[in-house]
Ligand binder design. Structure first.
Ligand code: F6R
Length: 270
């Protein structure tokens, strides 16, 4: 079972991630970080950047692979995940941009019609992750419909990186980044598959707010089903799910999660 940690604030969640990843980088200076966009990981990146600065940690060897990218947005578009990852992770942490990859890098806004390039980009991305030795720690947000990466309900739990159609709900959720105009939100994306994500050695899923409560309950306490792609995390040997009180609102086993975190041996990291 995954470890579920209930925190009071996003900052508290961020510190747990930041400490864990900072220690990883100290032990493995060329660590491979799996990166996500969206609002959930922002406090975590901030906390990590603060520790990196305070402890003068050398991050010049750190490598990164993002989860997903919209199809059809050029890399320079401010809401492309390429640009977002550079703005929220690469710059504040001081990473080497050449070592950080996004699944759409090879596409650079290629239209959906460019099937040949889009079909080739997924397997090439998985091969690049493999060649880097795999992802050490993958940070994840979760969609209100239970997606991780952009693996929408119904995604194969064994999938590799590939093109997916976004649900209307996801496009509505993400319209806030596009002047609240759903028509500007691309209809398709390229995303690491659930099979790709499951190969990372440590998964850290962050979820905040009541809007995520149902998806979190399905993920942690529901059956394993492609209807809630995040539920595949139940099969991962090292998954950490960090939620605030609101996102934990529909968990039945809350008391036990609290109890076990309070009694966690001091030698055990997340
Ligand atoms: C982002 C991603 C998505 C988001 C999810 C939650 O790279 O893969 O799965 O993590 O849609 O988004 P936020 O964090 O904005 O609620």
């Amino acid at each position: 079972m995954a470890e579920v940690i209930i925190v009071k604030t996003q900052e508290e969640a961020g510190e747990l991630y930041g400490r864990s990843v900072a220690d990883l980088i100290k032990a493995k200076p060329d660590a491979v970080l799996g990166l996500a966009t969206g609002s959930s990981p922002l406090a975590a990146y901030k906390a990590l950047a603060k520790i990196v600065k305070e402890e003068s940690i050398d991050v010049s060897g750190v490598r990164g692979f993002a989860l997903d990218e919209y199809i059809g947005l050029p890399l320079t578009h401010p809401e492309s995940y390429h640009a977002t990852i550079h703005r929220t992770v690469v710059e504040p942490l001081g990473l080497d941009p050449a070592k950080v990859h996004v699944p759409g890098d090879a596409l650079d806004g290629a239209p959906l019609e460019d099937g040949e390039r889009i079909a080739a980009a997924g397997p090439a991305y998985d091969a690049a992750i493999e060649a880097a030795g795999g992802i050490d720690v993958q940070i994840l947000g979760i969609g209100t419909d239970g997606h991780v990466g952009f693996n929408e309900p119904g995604s194969s739990l064994a999938s590799g990186t590939r093109v997916k159609t976004l649900t209307e709900q996801t496009r509505i959720d993400n319209a806030r980044f596009f002047d609240d105009d759903i028509n500007q939100v691309p209809t398709h994306c390229i995303t690491q598959g659930i099979g790709t994500i499951m190969k990372a050695r440590h998964l850290v899923l962050l979820a905040f707010g009541a809007g995520k409560a149902e998806a979190v309950a399905e993920t942690v306490e529901g059956g394993i089903s492609s209807f809630c792609p995040a539920s595949a995390l139940q099969l991962h040997p090292h998954a950490t799910i960090i939620v605030d009180e609101e996102a934990a609102g529909r968990l039945r086993n809350k008391d036990y999660y609290r109890y076990s975190f309070e009694h966690k041996p001091a030698w055990q990291a997340i």
